[in-house]
Design a protein around this ligand. Structure first.
Ligand code: PGA
Length: 258
């Protein structure tokens, strides 16, 4: 597959920072760091998946970035206390959302099936970052077939024409929040399997539209390896995106002019 022109670098803030004031300071500092080194960078860009309640305050502070959310419900307008609908999220200026992150999955909160939430999110015109990854690896490679199967189940109802706005994030659950990421070779193997599953589901042309990212224990040291050797079109970064200096370092390394 032709390499994408610009890697997709997404920070996942989870439940950080502690206050809106800190969140605003973070984005201002991040923008300052990017602007001051812009001459050395080629088209720098970032996405930040932030707590819903911070979105509208952060949006006006971004110049090189986009703000999105970490989950979306399948709620519709009406009587669902505590939930936010996909159209509400889109209307605040969020351009994207994560879906089915393993930390969300483990809370079993889904109000409607994942496949319905993917469809609703895409229909609301949100760039939809669907997370997928194995809990653990078995020596015979059964996890690959299981991931392919899960992907097919999740996407079989989704209109192919909406695939332009779909991104997959391969996040092995055993790497998330841990010290060791997958190796570039382990990442590559799964990305190829996911591409194959997509192609058999919707045909090669639609499959090609879908970027596949890697996430799980990415640091400023390892970020570029996943893009260059792991076959990833971008990165989904937790801890290293929650600290302004490490996130800036990643952006500088990824977008350094060749
Ligand atoms: P991590 O988290 O980079 O801290 O491992 C990744 C994620 O949860 O998306």
């Amino acid at each position: 597959m032709k390499k994408r022109v610009r890697p997709i670098i997404i920070g996942n803030w989870k439940t950080t920072p502690a206050t809106l004031k800190e969140a605003c300071t973070f984005v201002k500092q991040l923008e300052k760091h990017i602007s001051s080194s812009e001459k050395k960078l080629a088209n720098p860009h970032y996405l930040l998946a932030v707590p819903d309640i911070y979105v509208t305050s952060l949006l006006p502070l971004t110049v090189h970035g986009e703000i999105g959310t970490q989950n979306i419900s399948g709620a519709t307008i009406g009587q669902a206390t505590g939930l936010v609908t996909p159209s509400m999220t889109a209307s605040t200026g969020s351009t994207f959302t994560l879906l089915d992150h393993s930390e969300v999955r483990s809370r079993h909160e889904g109000d409607v099936t994942l496949s319905t939430r993917v469809a609703l999110s895409l229909k609301a015109k949100l760039l939809t970052v669907l997370c997928i990854g194995e809990e653990e690896r078995d020596p015979t490679g059964k996890y690959l077939a299981e991931l392919e199967e899960r992907l097919k189940e999740t996407l079989s109802q989704v209109d192919r024409e909406l695939f332009n706005n779909l991104i997959l994030a391969y996040e092995p659950v055993w790497a998330i929040g841990n010290k060791e990421p997958a190796t570039a070779a382990e990442c590559f193997e799964v990305i190829i399997a996911l591409r194959r599953a997509l192609a058999s589901l919707v045909g090669i042309d639609h499959a090609k539209k879908v970027a596949i990212l890697y996430g799980g224990a990415v640091t400023d040291e390892t970020a570029v390896t996943f893009l260059q050797e792991g076959g990833a079109d971008g990165l989904l970064i937790g801890r290293a995106s929650q600290e302004v200096l490490s996130f800036t370092t990643i952006l500088k390394r990824v977008f350094a002019r060749a």
